[in-house]
Design a protein. Structure first.
Length: 273
């Protein structure tokens, strides 16, 4: 039995490594699917900043309105720009062929992106864009969580422009990897592992700081991203909270049944022993 458990754990280690985003430990999103106000704010951010390129084809406006406590009339007035029917999916007008020609690859549908990437990954990704002057960068930005990202930083009017401020490194550095990200009042501290030519490893702390302010403070922007990620988490599985409730009662029923089955077992075998 111990060998079987060890084999399962070893088999899952590569998946854990992939989920960590190439060795970078993401920050916690701390989202709350029971917070309808947060979900409503997140829906507003998604429609205004993300739906220019990304569809959410598995979510209907009517379902979203009913689930997160929005009046359908308000959704039709303020959140529907590409259709006139409240029961239509949240799709965009841009065709896949056109998007592929313009961007090289069509922007993905975001219906289940939170299930594919994880909410912590998304939160960290959306908060760690920074200006990259490299001419090879098509939109002038890069990302700590997703190096050489092909997406522009569409939320920059809110966050502003972040700069990557590197700490002093050994002169013979050959490689480096951000391993942990922590937020503070002025930006983000990046714990970076540095490897030298001699094979030695050192740890330095780089920073991401806003050098061109946006319309929000760093704390306000992180809250806005948390709302957006909360909405993406809801959209990936609208019945998640209901599933949790059903699961609780199902486990409770099984526990009661297990006790009854044990008592019945003892009653059957009482005279045998």
């Amino acid at each position: 039995m111990n060998r079987i458990i060890a084999a399962i754990v070893l088999g899952l280690l590569p998946l854990a490594t992939l989920g960590a985003g190439g060795g970078v430990t993401p920050m916690s999103a701390n989202n709350n699917l029971e917070d309808n106000t947060s979900l409503q704010r997140g829906a507003k951010v998604f429609v205004n900043f993300c739906m220019g390129c990304h569809s959410m084809g598995y979510m209907r406006y009517s379902r979203m309105a009913d689930d997160i406590g929005l009046e359908r009339d308000l959704v039709a007035q303020h959140l529907m720009f590409t259709t006139e029917k409240i029961g239509d999916p949240m799709k965009i007008a841009m065709r896949v062929d056109d998007a592929s020609g313009w961007f090289g690859v069509a922007p993905p549908d975001l219906s289940v992106i939170a299930r594919a990437r994880g909410v912590d990954w998304l939160y960290t990704y959306l908060t760690t864009f920074y200006a990259d002057p490299d001419p090879a960068r098509p939109f002038g930005v890069n990302n700590v969580m997703f190096p050489d990202v092909g997406m522009p930083h569409v939320l920059w009017p809110l966050q502003g422009v972040q700069s990557y401020i590197k700490a002093e490194r050994p002169a013979n550095t050959v490689s480096e990897q951000v391993v942990r990200i922590e937020s503070d009042e002025s930006g983000f501290a990046l714990s970076t592992s540095v490897t030298t030519k001699d094979g030695e490893t050192a740890h330095v702390t780089d920073r991401l700081e806003v050098t061109v302010p946006g319309s929000m403070t760093p704390a306000e922007y992180r809250k806005t991203v948390r709302d957006l990620v909360n909405f993406l988490d809801y959209a990936g599985e609208p019945v998640k909270l209901l599933r949790f409730q059903i699961g609780f009662w199902a486990l409770l029923l099984l526990a009661v049944f297990a006790v009854a089955a044990r008592l019945l077992y003892k009653e059957y075998w009482r005279d045998v022993h």
